[in-house]
Design a binder for this molecule. Sequence first.
Ligand SMILES: *Cc1c(COP(=O)(O)O)cnc(C)c1O
Length: 405
Amino acid sequence: MNVPPFSLSQQIDDLGSDLEEAVLGVLRSGQYIGGPQIKAFEESFAERVGTRHAVGCNSGTDALVLALRALGIGSGDEVITCAFSFFATAEAISAVGATPVFVDVDPDTFLIDLDQVEAAISDATRALMPVHLFGRAVDMTRLMALASSHGLRVIEDCAQATGTQWKGQPVGSFGDVGCFSFFPTKNLGAAGDGGAATTNDDSIAQTMRELAVHGMPRRYLHTALGYNSRLDAIQAAVLNVKLGRLSTWIEQRNVIARRYRDQLTELPGIKLPENQEGHSWNQFVLRIQNCPTGQPLCNGQCSPSAISSSHGLPESYCRDWLKQYLHDRGVNTIIYYPIPIHRQPAYEHLGYDSGSMPNTERLCSQVLSLPIFPELSELEQQHVVSALHQLYGRNQAVEQEPLAA
Ligand SMILES: *Cc1c(COP(=O)(O)O)cnc(C)c1O
């Protein structure tokens, strides 16, 4: 059996003719830019998130850029975020000319450590950009209180958290703007790139709309230097079909996560992700804290020379070895993310040294994402679980050999 980390084939089969009709409908209509599919999607998505507006755009990255621009954030401004995320979080801040200021994460939640935010606030700080990483919500009660006591704007990076709630309220409805990605592997994926920015503020929504179309409030009048960042009608049509299934998919992700958590307890050295009410489980991320058996997991194979894919962090050899071990047994995993943003070559100029974000750096050498997607079958999941159990079984057998001899 071969278990992929993510697959859409079952979902496409399930959606069947609905998807075909939606896509062909757009093709036949000739309305590829704008039109009723876009309007319908923006309205239903806003309703789903619980905001007055949703502005469709080209990607989650663009949603972040549009949000920053609409809030007037640019050169000389600082935005506080975390370095344990996809690169686009910080990239968007830099793209508008502002500077990302990184704060370490809590190693148990993988999320920005709110205890450390206050110390990072300077005279130049304009906004906080929390990331609801892997589908788990940041404590928005606390973050909003922090932001309002310092007069800061809040842009939520909800790219991995469509369907996530904090205290029963959807993420993307707390801050000034919520930014969503419809990249195919996200909780609500388009058939290509897509994104949306949600807000309750009429004027922010209007500005984002205009910026997404060349800063053009009416035809050929340009009041700002904007972008070409529309959501395609064909993507909106796909999303309109899929949005109706989102709740079911989130429930299925929760079932899969619960099963992993029930069946993988007490594997030494492997820390399971904590549950949280409202989690949408975009990823199920293990932490390989050391050689998981307490014995060398890998019988000494977990060394730099044995690992071709190692990212060069000493602690990662065991994780990388485990990834290979699982791969050899048909279990395909992914590392989100092997290199922290503050240590990326593109951010060398910001001057963050190795060791400046200890939790983030350690996580990058420890994390491993198990297969999770709504259509993952119980049989496939069982295969993943037994591959992990076998690892311990094998090591116990090795350990017992001297006794038997
Ligand atoms: C995917 C992602 C983005 C960017 O979204 P795109 O649609 O790929 O541009 C931003 N932030 C995070 C945390 C993401 O996971």
